[in-house]
Design a protein around this ligand. Structure first.
Ligand code: PXP
Length: 243
């Protein structure tokens, strides 16, 4: 079965915002990623607009030739933007202002009725909702109930594990969660903290459909260029699946 690579381009915007310049162009960057094997482009419109800006979402919607995966918090403001833009996928994430990046999965269990409303609203605009959750059975069950067709399993704990025992335990949780979610009919994606070193173990899980990878690809592009950084990650994904 195929495996897809979503490249998260937030940190190209981080570089631009650091100096308030017009460069580097997100449109050009997304095109290079798409030409080099990205199957979708992911961007996170954060409440504080620290990297991606509203005009980026609008411009990319016109220029992308693959598909847009818009990450956002489930707020009224973001839902309005999503319904205007109509990205193919919307990945709902928890958001805290002070965090460096998305630090944990969404608690779907405790806000199930809100999640049902949000998924229905996005679905009525032909947007597929993906819920960014930890590898947890209760969160998966709640995700099914919410009506979301996709989950994205948070791989941050796996990526941050400091010894082999912890890595194996986190990997086992992700494999079990992926198989369980798949058996319930959910599309299973994963992402966060994935690098050239740790991605293949996740990509080789045969129920995994899409991996969303940002920071490591953008950092690697400083040395090898964005096209190579994207294509080498895509190659790793395909090798892991013997494609
Ligand atoms: N998936 C989600 C839901 C995220 O929030 C992020 C970080 O923005 C990523 C994937 C990509 O993570 P990383 O930049 O660590 O590869």
């Amino acid at each position: 079965m195929s495996i897809f690579l979503g490249v998260n381009i937030d940190h190209i915007a981080t570089l631009r915002q650091a100096r308030g310049t017009k460069y580097p162009s997100l449109i050009d960057a997304a095109r290079i990623c798409e030409d080099s094997g990205a199957d979708s482009i992911t961007l996170h419109l954060r409440e504080d607009r620290r990297h991606i800006q509203d005009y980026d979402v609008e411009a990319l919607k016109h220029s992308l030739t693959t598909k847009m995966n818009l990450e956002m918090a489930a707020t009224a403001e973001m839902l309005k933007i999503a319904s205007n833009i109509s990205p193919e996928d919307c990945c709902l994430v928890p958001e805290k202002r002070q965090e460096l990046t998305t630090e944990g999965g969404l608690d779907v269990v405790s806000q199930l009725s809100r999640m049902k409303e949000v998924c229905a609203e996005l679905s009525s605009n032909n947007i597929k909702t993906s819920l960014f959750i930890d590898a947890d059975k209760d969160q998966i069950d709640a995700s099914v109930e919410s009506g979301a067709p996709i989950i994205e399993i948070h791989t941050g704990h796996y990526a941050n594990a400091s010894n082999n025992e912890q890595i194996d335990a986190e990997l086992k949780r992700i494999i079990e969660a992926s198989e369980y979610a798949h058996s319930l009919g959910l599309q299973v994606n994963a992402g966060h903290g994935l690098t050239l070193e740790n991605t293949q173990a996740i990509a080789s899980i045969d129920t995994m459909v899409e991996l969303n990878i940002g920071h490591s690809i953008i950092a690697r592009s400083l040395f090898v260029g964005l096209a190579n950084a994207t294509s080498e990650m895509k190659k790793l994904l395909q090798e892991a699946r013997n494609l």
